[in-house]
Ligand binder design. Sequence first.
Ligand SMILES: [Zn+2]
Length: 208
Amino acid sequence: MGMRIGYGWDSHEFKKGVPLKLGGLAIDHPQGLFGHSDGDVLLHAITDALLGALAVGDIGSFFPPGDSRWKDADSTIFVNLAMEEAQTAGYRIVNVDTTLILAAPKIGPISGDLRERVAELLRIAPGAVGIKAKTPEGLNQDHLAVAHAVVLLEGIEEEDSLREMEAAMDDPQTVEAVVGELVGEAHSGHSSRRRVTSRPGFDTEDIT
Ligand SMILES: [Zn+2]
């Protein structure tokens, strides 16, 4: 099944009196991001990156902005749906990298928390989540927050069966058991071939 890459982008406008949500975290700030949902620009970019990697559309096609069900919705719902899509298609996340572009608040002091939260939502290690931030120098966009995200997916089945096979080959006990079985078979004269042949890759030639 191999690997797939996805890219997502989003922007929202700051408004006074709106609670700020970034990466699924509630952040103390006088302004928040205005949107039909909770305006979590980072989670929207990540959701689009996931859906893009699967080539199944975008956040708007799954959650139309006109649909009242998604009014003020918690954006973790969108991420969870994209995660389900990935799982159904047989993929898991290898890593995610993101860039936030916003004048305020400063992301540096909260980047560790953001990373932990995004990792938790995506069910991957924090070391597989990149959180980077820039101020919009020369762009005249201090009233906006922009997020970019890329995600790498890998096929689950292919990888797992390969890993299982490797683990079996590396496990001396498995090899010993199969050798013992073959030796016992030779001595006793009766055949337990059926069991042996049910484990591909473990005939006597392979053991050498
Ligand atoms: Zn959005």
